[in-house]
Design a protein around this ligand. Structure first.
Ligand SMILES: NC(=O)c1ccc[n+]([C@@H]2O[C@H](COP(=O)([O-])OP(=O)(O)OC[C@H]3O[C@@H](n4cnc5c(N)ncnc54)[C@H](OP(=O)(O)O)[C@@H]3O)[C@@H](O)[C@H]2O)c1
Length: 272
């Protein structure tokens, strides 16, 4: 990867207090970018910021992406501090695990608010600056944004919706030099499954997967940086992820059955 690509670029990363977002901030910091870290846990962000970049090149901002005003303020803070925005990484996200029949609808509202509206809110306010810099906007989606995952109705719906939003934005600005990247990690080791909401909206507090066997957040961040550097419009990660997306395109009903079998084998499968 060419370090020069990121040198002095101003990059906002939402969901920067953990997992893929934190790993991306640290990588961008090492590559010479000025990094704006956003998440709800402000104290945590402040304690992590020195691991991202020296004090004059990193900014921590408390931001709940589901709150439009917070997103507007996030963009203002970034511009006030660094004068421009080159890249916005809409990474903040929340998952869930429960069958729709058992689900309190507030869970789907919450996931749409954070995952979909969070992406829309931040993109809306950053867009004028991104157009000025001929910059890039990223939506961190998921394989579940191409091929639905059972017991994740709200998650899959929000990620499909983000993909539709990004694909539309890309066409609207095809002549403006704006890069729009739909970045789809496969299973990646992080806190996402612990924080995932259950049927009543309480966090799951555990993971059904062996997190040590998954892609690391650091490797995932490396793929993100490579995708940005090549100004790609789509990155789909892991062999299983790519196979799933292609199988879904070519053999959708067969993929439904294979996905059912795959999820049925999970620890505490929702089908049991
Ligand atoms: N890990 C995977 O297997 C995987 C696979 C595909 C896609 N993804 C996607 O990757 C992205 C990052 O997830 P991760 O795996 O790194 O999970 P994670 O470790 O749980 O990190 C999620 C981040 O989002 C932030 N966040 C949650 N709600 C927020 C809100 N309302 N406003 C602002 N920030 C909020 C959290 O910080 P605070 O709690 O401090 O706000 C945290 O920094 C998500 O969009 C996820 O859907 C993950």
């Amino acid at each position: 990867m060419k370090e020069a690509y990121f040198k002095d670029k101003v990059i906002i990363v939402t969901g920067a207090s953990s997992g893929i977002g934190l790993a991306a901030c640290r990588l961008f910091g090492r590559l010479g970018a000025k990094v704006v870290m956003a998440a709800r846990s402000f104290d945590k962000l402040c304690s992590l910021a020195p691991s991202v970049a020296p004090e004059d090149r990193v900014l921590a901002v408390r931001c709940d992406v589901s709150d439009e005003k917070d997103c507007k303020d996030l963009v203002k803070s970034a511009v006030d501090r660094f004068g421009r925005i080159d890249i916005l990484v809409n990474n903040a996200g929340l998952s869930m695990r429960a069958m729709f029949k058992d689900l309190d609808l507030s869970v789907i509202h919450k996931l749409m608010d954070v995952n979909f509206w969070g992406t829309v809110n931040c993109t809306k306010y950053a867009l004028p600056y991104l157009l000025e810099s001929k910059g890039q906007v990223v939506g961190v989606i998921s394989i579940a944004g191409y091929s639905a995952l059972p017991a994740r109705t709200g998650y899959s719906s929000s990620k499909y919706a983000i993909r539709g939003f990004l694909d539309t934005l890309r066409i609207e600005h095809i002549k403006d030099g704006l890069g729009v990247l739909a970045f789809a990690p496969g299973y990646t080791s992080s806190n996402v499954r612990n924080a995932a909401l259950t049927a009543d909206g309480s966090p799951q507090g555990e993971t059904p997967l062996d997190e040590d066997k998954l892609m690391s957040a650091e490797d995932c961040a490396l793929h993100l940086a490579r995708g940005l550097e090549k100004r790609k419009s789509e990155v789909i990660l892991t062999g299983l992820g790519r196979a799933t997306v292609w199988a879904h395109r070519l053999f959708p009903r067969l993929t439904d059955k294979l996905t059912y079998k795959y999820i049925a084998r999970e620890t505490d499968s929702p089908f049991k």
